[in-house]
Ligand binder design. Structure first.
Ligand code: NAD
Length: 365
């Protein structure tokens, strides 16, 4: 049976954990530790099959390598999945068994919350291992990363405005925000404060009502928000919104938002480029949450985390520059930017320095 071909030769390590008593079945994929320990969240999801879970964890782990590298972090990429329905299968015993397994990896993989897991789960994991971030402030964590992610998106939007209009101000710009959940809500807040004219949509009517009540924004039909006449379309809901059937109806100059995997397929990045639409690569502009949890490794400091999140502005400017110089899409330019950093920084590790940890600085772990 060809297990290695199924995993692919890009991955350093894939670990399967099984604890029959608690019902835990989990997979941890470590894509790369070239820049540092692999950090990525734990997804708790009722996959239809183990094969589907493996495919998902591999895809997500690879994405984390690029995200951390582009964000300027000394971290690698990894991800974990717990197979099951969190509403039915989540118990203290299962989560702690999971934490105990994570501990056996000795810090090569550091976990965090993701779809289906919560900050409370991370607090339970913390009781079994140090190798977890996204714990509650009471346990030394940074709390909900969503406002920080939104702050990063806002910084990224300023970089987009400069690139598109040679003017960093968002005053008077029409911005269509799809999804006003944990991140989208705070994105709208920043935009309204900056004087933008905002239109929102959400499938959840209460979330829309709150945005209207608190910020006086306009609303659009969830099925049509991407086709809104606007300067910026900001996807802050689910992935895959930029695809064959939505691209022809876009009427914006910029696509920039928090959603993960906004492009249904990589070639949709080129499709936006051909239409003259500036795309802020999702993993660059939405890295604020990762930067925030990564800060916990050194002992969480909000101001330091926010300062690092402000760097998203400069990273995006650099990505746009690479795209312009090479004549490639901004999505491809982001990959190239991340790969270049991995290549350059990892090369320095070839020098042996007495008394120095492999990763340059010592973490609190
Ligand atoms: P959330 O679940 O709090 O918010 C998503 C919102 O989108 C919800 O209000 C939901 O009702 C709405 N929605 C779903 N389908 C929709 C549709 N078709 N049209 C309009 N609205 C729709 O999630 P979140 O934490 O705000 O994350 C939003 C996106 O940002 C996700 O793609 C997530 O992966 C990504 N992201 C989040 C963070 C973070 O710190 N939370 C970090 C990086 C990336």
């Amino acid at each position: 049976m060809g297990v290695f071909p199924a995993i692919g030769d890009e991955f350093e390590e894939v670990v399967f954990f099984h604890d029959p008593q608690s019902g835990l079945k989990a997979i941890v994929a470590i894509h790369s530790t070239m820049l540092g320990p692999a950090l990525g969240g734990t997804r708790f999801y009722p996959y239809r099959s183990e094969g589907e879970a493996l495919t998902d964890v591999l895809r997500l782990a690879r994405g984390m390598t690029f995200k951390a590298a582009a964000a300027g972090l000394d971290l690698g990429g990894g991800k974990a999945v717990i197979l099951g329905d969190p509403r039915r299968d989540r118990t203290e015993e299962l989560i702690r068994a999971y934490g105990r397994f994570i501990d056996t990896l000795g810090g090569r993989y550091i976990t965090a919350e993701d779809v289906g897991t919560t900050g409370e789960d991370m607090d339970l994991v913390r009781r079994e291992t140090r190798y977890v971030t996204g714990v509650s402030p009471a346990m030394g964590g940074g709390g909900d990363p969503s406002p920080v992610t939104a702050y990063g998106v806002y910084q990224g939007l300023i970089a987009c405005a400069e690139e598109a209009w040679k003017d960093s101000s968002l005053q008077g710009r029409r911005i269509a925000v799809q999804g006003v959940g944990k991140v989208g809500y705070h994105v709208v807040k920043h935009l309204v404060e900056a004087g933008a004219s905002v239109v929102v949509s959400d499938v959840d009517v209460d979330s829309v009502a709150r945005a209207v009540r608190e910020f006086g924004v306009d609303t659009a039909d969830p099925d049509k928000i991407h086709a809104e006449e606007c300067d910026v379309f900001a996807p802050c809901a689910l992935g895959g919104i930029i695809r064959d059937d939505t691209i022809p109806s876009l009427k914006c100059r910029v696509v920039a938002g928090s959603a993960n995997n906004q492009l249904e397929r990589p070639e949709h990045g080129e499709a936006l480029q051909e239409l003259g639409i500036l795309y802020a690569p999702d993993y660059v502009i939405n890295a604020g949450g990762l930067i925030n949890v990564a800060d916990e490794i050194r002992g969480y400091d909000r101001e330091r985390a926010l300062a690092r999140v402000r760097e998203i502005y400069r990273t995006l400017r650099a990505v746009f520059k690479v795209a312009g110089e090479e004549g490639i899409s901004t999505a491809s330019a982001a990959d190239r930017f991340a790969e270049e950093r991995m290549r350059k920084v990892s090369r320095l590790r070839l020098y042996w320095v007495p008394g120095r940890s492999q990763y340059g600085t010592r973490s609190s772990f």
